[in-house]
Design a protein around this ligand. Sequence first.
Ligand SMILES: Cc1cc2nc3c(=O)[nH]c(=O)nc-3n(C[C@H](O)[C@H](O)[C@H](O)COP(=O)(O)O)c2cc1C
Length: 386
Amino acid sequence: MSIDNAINYDDLRKLAKLRLPKIAFDFIEGGADDEVGLDRNQQAFRDTPLVPRYMRNINGVNQKTELFGRTYDHPFGISPTGLIGLFRHGGDLMLAAAARDANIPFVMSGSANCTVEELGKTAPEHGWFQLYAARDEKISEDMIRRADAAGLSTLVVTVDVPVHSNRERNTRNGFTRPLKMTLETRLDALGHPGWLAEYLRHGMPVISNWLPYAKAGASADDVGNLVSEQVTAPLTWDNVARYREIWPRNLVIKGIMHVEDAIKAAELGVDGIVVSNHGARQLDRSPASIEVLPGIVAAVGDRMTIMLDSGIQRGSDIVTALCLGADFVFTGRFTLYGVSAAAKPGAVKAIDIIDREVGLVMAQLGAPDIAALGEEFLYKPMPRNY
Ligand SMILES: Cc1cc2nc3c(=O)[nH]c(=O)nc-3n(C[C@H](O)[C@H](O)[C@H](O)COP(=O)(O)O)c2cc1C
């Protein structure tokens, strides 16, 4: 199969798996502990049926969506994923460019392999910056200042990494710093020559935004170690309040799962939250984000923008989240598999697949535009003895 023949998420996943060695592919696909959260994220969508309304004379659907006063062409964007350069050299900016061309937002990871300054040049209107707060507050504040200077519209603070989680695939595969190059890993890499050629040419990618805070002449591993030491900072609401003070534009908290935390975010004047369980990569026993979404929407949906990610593998998942009250939805692995498999054309392909699937489901439901999506399409079982 080539990227041109890929028709869904699973095709992109398979193509990425073909191109990447196991050590890299497992890093993307894997979850934490027993990986029950991965299944739960998917199952929760599948357990939420949508009920179509017919004969509404729908003549095409319009996916345009307002978010923070800007109109995007679709109700979905690209979640931040770190270390993209290990899967595809230059992949961050390829995703950013694909997002810009499709008029959707792209969130650059706090452990990206490109800088906020580069993002500001490639996708000034569509690039958002995700911050992993540093133990040394001066680093966080400097990054925020740089994102501001780069003209980026939205700062996303990820709060669901209080510790590095237990990802057993990575431990077994030797996904450590430096990468453990066992005989098995080397032989496996030889079976993925496209990836290997890139890795040999460019080496381990640097987490570029952090380079200025590392010692002079720091290697990619030195910078990686600095990030690891710094990012499990004891983050509190005081940090969020401080970011609110110094960040002049849209402030988003990513990783909110509890209603009380959503309320607290709203009280602090945060503009939006991403309801997310980090794609089941942090707390394996967490509910799916789609399961906690309705409670959060009921509590704070009228006070701030509610976005969601985790487990999106079909356009119908996105439509389901919108019907349940999300204002916008993000995908992590969907687009990451695309760019890993086939560079920018792979990212474009992923966006095209999602676009097509969202459009088909909306037309099938009888929803001409995003505003039409709501409770009407949610299945409410009747008591059996009616
Ligand atoms: C390989 C990989 C790296 C990730 N890196 C980050 C990151 O640097 N920052 C962050 O906030 N979330 C990160 N995430 C989580 C994503 O932003 C997102 O929450 C998750 O992928 C959504 O689930 P999905 O992959 O099922 O769409 C990462 C996810 C993956 C798969």
